[in-house]
Design a protein around this ligand. Structure first.
Ligand SMILES: C[S@@+](CC[C@H](N)C(=O)[O-])C[C@H]1O[C@@H](n2cnc3c(N)ncnc32)[C@H](O)[C@@H]1O
Length: 199
């Protein structure tokens, strides 16, 4: 069985994961800074010392990297790289600042851009964090940085990751990235993209 480290996991539900990770072949370890979501490991992505070097096959991070400061991103990605086994990979999604800012440039800051399970989401929510959760005192839900596809790839390259597959989905205002910590043949990259990225 393969091991998936799910960071910034939020409340438990396998629906957070892309279909490739939902099967019986994966054992999920959930890590989050918020004890209320009952993670297996309570902690921050900038220091995952509870996770041994080279101990997981894959790492999944959904709408989590923007919750740390930009200067902390290299620290978190070094941690992602450290915990992966050789041949391991990361699947990550986060807001796409380029498509969000295109809406802001049109004057659409507060209007809902789409509706999430948590309710209507505006450009302001995407840029700075979900207003309703912040109003509840959940300060760790603030967005402290953001990415374009180019800047996200740059960070992953700096951290030593080889191959980045994915891109922006402007209609959903998000980025999806699949990155490997080793050289892998083109066909393996494409197989993983089909399995672990949204279609
Ligand atoms: C917007 S929620 C995303 C939850 C889930 N991954 C999803 O996509 O629905 C962000 C999650 O990141 C967690 N978080 C915030 N800062 C964190 C940090 N420094 N390290 C680990 N988790 C963090 C929050 O507690 C929250 O569960």
């Amino acid at each position: 069985m393969k091991t998936l480290l799910h960071v910034g996991c939020g409340a438990e539900t396998r629906h957070h994961l892309t279909p490739g990770f939902r099967g019986d072949g994966w054992r999920e370890i959930r890590l989050d800074i918020d004890p209320a979501v009952k993670p297996d490991l309570i902690g921050t992505i900038t220091d995952m010392s509870a996770v041994a070097d080279g101990s997981v096959d894959a790492l999944y991070s959904s709408h989590n990297l923007e919750h740390i400061y930009h200067h902390e991103v290299p620290q978190a990605l070094d941690e992602f790289f450290r915990v992966l086994k050789p041949g391991g990979f990361v699947v990550l999604t986060c807001p796409d600042l380029q498509s969000v800012c295109a809406q802001v440039a049109k004057g659409r800051l507060l209007e809902p851009l789409y509706t999430a399970p948590a309710g209507p989401i505006s450009a302001l929510d995407i840029l700075y964090g979900h207003e309703k959760k912040l109003a509840m005192g959940k300060s760790y839900m603030a967005h402290k940085c953001g990415f374009t596809w180019q800047s996200l790839c740059h960070h992953f390259e700096q951290a030593g990751f080889y191959w980045q597959v994915g891109g922006a989905r402007p209609q959903y205002f998000d980025l999806w990235l699949l990155a490997f910590n080793d050289e892998v043949p083109e066909e393996v990259r494409m197989q993983h993209a089909a399995l672990y990225l949204p279609s």
